[in-house]
Write a protein of this length. Structure first.
Length: 196
């Protein structure tokens, strides 16, 4: 059972795109989650959910970050919601998945997971969200898993070693990065479990 594999925790891949590196000062611009399902004792990608986010009032968005992400906050096709709305919808989806698999909590899976987790914690605080489905400090980092399985830490290089397709033109979109990170996570865990 999925819950037994991760000590009653539900693994959920999270990726954020932000307006800088400081979780207290910089805004979240995109958030995506990729759910993990279990089929025939193997981990597989489930549903995903993403939101473009209006920068929280008073938080900074560095021009360098926008350039790196190739993101235009005023693009007419960028349909963004307020941070609190995005978080509540994401948390509701995670809670439904948690209930489905009878897990006690979700555990955030990410590539450089501490970065995404720190921004998520700050967003909960400033939006007065008292209950997050995610464990408050435990994380699963695909950088650590990647270096163990492939001797690489960069997501694109980990994917290359694992023979997972990686499109650098799609990279740095929260939805794409969450999906690829989930593929890495599932492959490493499935491969490890198959040799036990």
């Amino acid at each position: 059972m999925l819950k037994d594999r991760f000590r009653n925790f539900l693994p959920v891949v999270v990726d954020l795109e932000t307006g800088g590196f400081d979780s207290k000062k910089n805004a979240i611009l995109e958030i995506a989650i990729q759910l993990i399902d279990e089929v025939d004792s193997k981990l597989v990608l489930g549903d995903s959910l993403r939101h473009h986010i209006n920068p929280y009032e008073g938080l900074a968005v560095d021009k360098e970050s926008l350039d790196f992400l190739k993101l235009d906050l005023n693009h007419p096709l960028r349909v963004a919601v307020d941070e609190k709305i995005a978080l509540k919808e994401i948390f509701k989806t995670v809670d439904e998945q948690r209930t489905k698999y009878k897990c006690s909590r979700a555990i955030l899976v990410g590539h450089n997971a501490f970065f995404d987790h720190s921004f998520l914690l700050e967003a909960c605080t400033r939006n007065d969200i008292k209950k997050s489905p995610f464990h408050p400090f435990s994380l699963i980092d695909t950088v650590s898993l990647g270096v163990l399985a492939t001797k690489q830490t960069v997501l694109a290089r980990v994917c290359k070693e694992l023979r997972i397709p990686y499109d650098s033109n799609e990279a740095h979109s929260a939805a794409y990065d969450a999906m690829v990170t989930a593929e890495v996570f599932c492959k490493i865990i499935n491969d490890y479990d198959s040799i036990l």
